[in-house]
Write a protein that binds this ligand. Structure first.
Ligand SMILES: [Zn+2]
Length: 484
């Protein structure tokens, strides 16, 4: 391992040096042309902040989009990278080099040239701001949902390596509704992102992406990652997309394509539900297995695509609703792709499913974006039949739960839950808009210092766990230039 690692470091340094030299030659001579932008790659991009979110507009070739991403978000990517390294190495007990090697040997060779160019662009954009990360680091960062929790358990089993128990997580509460369920008969879609506060606090980017090929995209996202990853977005073909992960999924195909690429490609190139499903199926590696909730504003049709590795299933309707809270539904997916107990109504996924189904029934015909905001902030515990935030409420607060979530290996009082929320309807999708709220969608703040004092068992997070303050519901739109 050692000589290989050294050789790669040398290679990276040489590459970075070439990049710096290349940039210097493009800059105007010191004697004139001062009005030219310092770097022409950045000419069509911009950044502003609103409601705690960072909006970035990225436009152009894959190389340009990547460079803009790396350059505009360099401090946030450096910070997110350190946080992901801390989390991934803590939970798996594997060194960061393990994830770099998996990215280098397994993921990178399967990627399309377009996304390889975008990743290289991110590396160059970071280098232009003095942040030294190489391609393997950026690929491993992009795979932070799929390598630690999906690849590692499979790898340990394959190699008969005893390791910590790791199960795939449950992330998010979401729904998509249409027809007689919504106020105007058209689609409403909403999602709140459940994750550790450690990473969730940093999930505050709005990407307004105009790629050279394919559709333009408006999506939320994580610094340095080319897909939304939590996921929530819309493209200019009218496809509205979100998901919740499949709890206790198990499986990996080392010959597949990374999930972060497939999900980005599907949002960029699909103009129909069928096309979206086709792209997600192509090279399915089992990573970050999800129940995808989809809507097509052109037809009013919605769908749920449950993608296991051995099995998958697609449900679709022009009059109905699909909800997600990290439970699989298809009997074959449940039996052969997961270890999940669908009968235990006390678990977080099932208690939230029961709450979702009651809310959808009670609000039939009245669902709109305003209603979606209240659902995202809901604190009802459907199992104990009482109000109050916990791991069972749609707006999750596991940090106040003495139960934790055993299905995800979240210990009692684990600092995780709903970290932000988004919603849109068909009309907003047509205008490439959505509303988003940072922090707990109910508006409650999380304070790191008192939490760590009360729960010293999470001291390992202290270097990166920060306050998570809730912002206001804020509307964003593609091509937006500044805070409004
Ligand atoms: Zn809440």
């Amino acid at each position: 391992m050692r000589p290989v690692a050294i050789a790669r470091v040398v290679g990276v340094l040489a590459f970075a040096a070439v990049v710096n030299f290349g940039c210097k030659t493009k800059e105007p001579a010191a004697t004139g042309a001062a009005a030219k932008p310092a770097n022409p790659n950045l000419a069509k991009s911009w950044r502003f902040e609103q409601g705690g979110w960072i909006f970035v507009h990225l436009q152009g070739s894959p190389t340009d989009v990547g460079f803009q991403h790396g350059s505009l978000l360099a401090p946030e990517i450096a910070d997110a990278f350190e946080t992901v390294k801390l989390t991934a190495t803590h939970s798996t007990k594997k060194p960061w080099e393990f994830f770099r090697e998996a990215s280098h040997s397994m993921l990178w060779p399967k990627m399309d040239a377009e996304y390889q160019a975008e990743i290289r662009g991110i590396v160059d954009g970071l280098a232009s701001k003095g942040v030294r990360m190489d391609v393997d680091d950026v690929v491993a960062l992009n795979a932070f949902e799929e390598l630690p929790d999906y690849y590692v358990p499979w790898y340990n089993d394959q190699h008969k390596i005893p390791g910590p128990k790791i199960t795939s997580p449950g992330n998010c509460s979401a729904f998509v509704a249409t027809g007689s369920y919504t106020r105007d008969g058209r689609i409403v879609i909403a999602h709140n992102n459940w994750t550790s506060y450690l990473t969730g606090e940093r999930w505050r980017i709005v990407f307004d992406l105009v790629p050279q090929r394919g559709h333009r995209i408006l999506m939320d996202g994580f610094p340095g990652v080319i897909t939304s990853d939590d996921d929530f977005g819309v493209n200019d073909a009218g496809l509205m997309v979100t998901e919740t992960t499949i709890t206790q999924f198990y499986g990996w195909d080392p010959n597949g394509k990374p999930e972060f690429e497939r999900s980005r490609k599907a949002l960029q190139y699909a103009d129909s539900i069928d096309e979206y499903v086709r792209i997600m199926r192509d090279g399915n590696n089992g990573g970050y297995a999800n129940d995808w909730l989809l809507g097509d504003r052109k037809t009013g049709e919605i769908a749920q695509f449950e993608q296991g590795l051995k099995h998958d299933r697609l449900w679709r309707t022009k009059d109905g609703v699909f909800v997600g809270s990290n439970f699989a539904s298809d009997p074959q997916v449940l039996a052969e792709d997961t270890h999940f107990d669908s009968r235990d109504r006390s678990s977080s996924p099932n208690a939230r499913r029961d709450r979702w189904e009651a809310l959808m029934k009670d609000n039939k015909g009245k669902i709109d974006v305003e209603a979606a905001k209240t659902f995202m902030a809901d604190h009802w515990d459907a199992f104990d039949r009482k109000a109050g935030p916990s791991e069972r409420s749609l707006c999750g607060h596991t940090d106040v739960s003495p139960r934790g979530v055993k299905e995800w290996e979240w210990e009692p009082f684990y600092p995780g839950g709903a970290v932000q929320g988004k919603a849109m309807d068909s009309q907003m999708a047509g205008a490439m808009q959505f509303v988003a709220r940072l922090g707990h969608p109910c508006g409650e703040d999380f304070r790191a210092a008192p939490f760590l004092k009360a729960h010293p068992e999470f001291a390992w997070q202290a270097s990166k766990l920060i306050d998570m303050k809730a912002g206001p519901w804020t509307q964003f739109q593609s091509d937006q230039r500044a805070a409004q």
